[in-house]
Design a protein around this ligand. Structure first.
Ligand SMILES: [Mg+2]
Length: 371
């Protein structure tokens, strides 16, 4: 079997409510679906997002051009099963284009799974779990009351793990945490995420104030480049520190490990270049004794399925990550025939061949922005 073409489908999807974090608010998500075609008629799909933050400067159209102009000629004619070699080729051609490589890489796994009639997790390490517990992402709200209302909504749907966005107003951050503990007591796990927005001193001051509230982990309190600062925070606060933006490749994770700059790592399909590379990061992280937090930028069911497949195959412990934010209510639309929907705070791992999700042509027509 040989690859013949990579079709790109740029989409703009609505958020259900404005999605606000320390780095700004968004009303829409720009996401890119690729369909990798083969000469035997099998087609694989993959997803990446044009998030334009967290170490990515790629916009939707640059992702399209990277894939069509640079990747397609390099992989046309190759076997879709040669995933590791193809990714090496792509990375040598355009170094660190992880967001673009992610969609192509995952589409190759989708093809491989479809070719043998098995879900992708069977190609990684086989089935270790068929359901994955996930966390609810609490985006910033104008008032504490509205924040509690959104947390209550998650709670009633079976979620017991919250990722609270912080990093603009420390007074409001503290008030939100106090209110969440007041409402749910110790019946929920609280995690906070500043998306790299705080200066070291501000981060330390805020985390010290949050210490009495049993915060499970503080995610990327300070900027992407400040590994010294992350390491110092690890020593200065009792709240464990998670690296997200600071980890792109296995090299950057290794640097976090060497400096003991975090004890938890978050991965994302787009940020880290697809399932193959995320799996390598999990292997490194677990060997270093780190906890693993499976994440994603807000995404459709396609990138959600990719992480679910990895979780299914992973034999070690996993945290209740935020890899399903898009399908848990953040996005107002999906583009597959049977969207992944959390039930009782869990995602059921798709069991069909490949990623286990199929594009819905009507939804694609409605949201694509290249026609
Ligand atoms: Mg994050």
């Amino acid at each position: 079997m040989k690859i013949t073409e990579i079709e790109t489908i740029p989409l703009r999807l609505p958020f259900a409510q404005p999605f606000k974090i320390s780095q700004g608010a968004r009303d829409t998500l720009e996401t890119l679906i690729v369909r990798v075609h083969t000469d035997e008629g099998l087609v694989g799909i993959g997803e990446t997002q044009a998030w334009r933050r967290q170490g990515s400067a790629e916009v939707l159209w640059s992702l399209v051009r990277t894939i069509k102009d640079h990747f397609e000629p390099l992989i046309a004619g190759r076997s879709p099963f040669d995933i590791g070699g193809i990714l090496t080729t792509l990375n040598e051609a355009l170094y660190n284009t992880l967001y673009a490589q992610a969609a192509v890489a995952d589409a190759l796994y989708d093809i491989a799974g479809k070719a043998v009639g098995l879900p992708v997790h069977k190609l990684f390490a086989g089935e270790c779990r068929d359901r994955v517990r996930i966390g609810g992402l609490l985006a910033m709200k104008p008032t504490v009351g509205e924040l509690i209302e959104s947390a209550q909504g998650f709670y009633e749907r079976g979620f017991r793990h919250f990722g609270l966005k912080i990093g603009i107003d420390p007074k409001q951050d503290l008030a939100n945490v106090v209110a969440l503990r007041g409402r749910f007591g110790d019946g929920v796990v609280l995690r906070v995420d500043a998306n790299g927005a705080l200066a070291y001193d501000a981060a330390l001051a805020l985390l010290k104030k949050l210490e009495p509230y049993d915060i499970d982990v503080a995610e990327q309190p300070i900027p992407i480049w400040d590994l010294e600062g992350l390491a110092a925070l690890c020593r200065a606060t009792s709240i464990p520190i998670m690296a997200d933006e600071s980890v792109s490749t296995d090299h950057s994770l290794l640097e976090v490990i060497r400096r003991r700059a975090a004890t938890v790592v978050q991965t994302k399909i787009a940020k880290n270049g697809g399932m193959y590379r995320v799996w390598r990061l999990w292997t490194l992280a677990s060997a270093a004794g780190m906890r693993i937090y499976p994440g994603n930028h807000p995404s459709t069911s396609v990138a959600t399925a990719a992480v679910a497949q990895l979780c299914a195959a992973w034999p070690g412990p996993l945290m209740e990550g935020v890899f399903a934010v898009g399908v848990s209510g953040a996005l107002g639309a999906d583009i597959v025939t049977e969207p992944i929907v959390p039930v009782n705070g869990e995602i059921r791992v798709p069991s069909g061949p490949g990623l286990g999700v199929d594009l819905d042509p009507k939804a694609i027509e409605r949201y694509r922005i290249d026609r």
